[in-house]
Design a protein around this ligand. Structure first.
Ligand SMILES: Nc1ncnc2c1ncn2[C@@H]1O[C@H](COP(=O)(O)OP(=O)(O)OP(=O)(O)O)[C@@H](O)[C@H]1O
Ligand SMILES: [Mg+2]
Length: 312
């Protein structure tokens, strides 16, 4: 919208034409003309601002709708990452996933078709050679990759894009290419106490403390940083925990602590645990082992409880 020159001069012409019928004297007419000439700038300014004001109003409307949506979601599901989020199982059903186009064309990789079910409270080990598809499988289980075909189900209900956000909050994950967050996921006094006890348990309390909202430092060795990532995952207190080759950077003593103390502790707490591992001497810690070979599931077996095993 613009108060342009034809409009301006048209208005002046109209005043001149109406001079006779309206009986205007020269002084009044020149006053009109001067006012019309000088009004152009301010009128242009006002008219030019109208689209911006309209856009701002639409944007404010959208922001209001979005924040209402967020608070409605928070009110409806205050304990989204809570234990109630996983009643029985998560399942991949007849799932395929491919890198490099369908069929793994162009030197790509295809996983599946395969089906895996993870029961609540179970400790599942995913094993197999480098490049066999373990990390791809857990990214599908965590809803980070969308299957090329097949379904991801939570307690028998398919997880689509609308449920993906809440579903993701069921998991705490430490990937092998993890990013270490300095900020604590929770900073209430109880969580700070808990963080200190985890730091002690993971034998890094002499290096790191917690401030009110963050770890005091992340300038640590590779293995120590990974322990800190584990503390972060613990503090999130989510029902399913996933560790992708977590123990790979740990010394033998602490590797043993991880498999024989920390993982059984998580199980006792009722956590569901997914462990990607190459440490075959500790496979006896698993309730169930899934083995992949070149993208195919070649083994899915329960492991006998330690009491029933002749040797672990
Ligand atoms: N982002 C990607 N783009 C293309 N191909 C990928 C990608 N990520 C993985 N791949 C390919 O998919 C296959 C499986 O990879 P994946 O990371 O799942 O294996 P892995 O079993 O976790 O191996 P590792 O034991 O080395 O961690 C590999 O051949 C790999 O080259
Ligand atoms: Mg991997």
């Amino acid at each position: 919208m613009n108060y342009d020159e034809p409009t301006q001069f048209g208005s002046i012409g109209l005043m001149l034409a109406l001079r006779g019928p309206l009986d205007l004297d020269a002084a009044t007419l020149s006053g009109f003309v001067i006012v019309l000439l000088y009004m152009r700038g301010p009128i242009d300014l006002v008219l030019g601002a109208i689209p911006d004001v309209a856009q701002a109003s639409v944007a404010f409307g959208r922001i209001a709708a979005l924040s209402n949506g967020i608070s409605a979601h928070a009110e409806a599901d205050p304990a989204a990452p809570g234990e109630a989020g996983l009643a029985e199982s998560i399942e991949l059903r007849d799932v395929r996933y491919s890198f490099g186009g369908p069929g793994g064309a162009g030197g790509g990789f295809e996983l599946g078709p395969l089906s895996v079910t993870l029961a609540k409270g179970e400790t599942l080990f995913i094993v197999g050679e480098n490049g066999s598809g373990k990390t791809t499988l857990i990214k599908l289980l965590l809803g980070l990759y969308t299957p090329t075909s097949g379904q991801l189900l939570l307690d028998g209900e398919p997880i689509g894009p609308a449920q993906a956000g809440a579903y993701g909050e069921l998991f705490s994950a430490v990937f092998s290419d993890y990013f270490l967050f300095e900020e604590l996921p929770r900073s209430d006094p109880e969580s700070l106490d808990r963080a200190r006890s985890y730091l002690k348990r993971l034998e890094i309390d002499h290096k790191v403390d917690v401030t009110e909202t963050a770890f005091s430092t992340t300038d640590l060795s590779t293995g120590q940083r990974k322990r800190l990532a584990l503390v972060h995952a613990y503090l999130e207190q989510r029902p399913i925990m996933m560790f992708d080759e977590w123990a790979a950077d740990q010394d033998p003593t602490f590797r043993r602590v991880f498999y024989t103390e920390l993982l059984p502790d998580l199980k006792r707490q009722g956590k569901t645990v997914i462990v990607v591992s190459h440490d075959d001497r500790y496979f006896g810690v698993a309730d169930r082992i899934v083995r992949l070979r070149e993208g195919q599931l070649v083994r899915d077996e329960s492991v006998a409880p330690p009491a029933m095993q002749t040797a672990v």
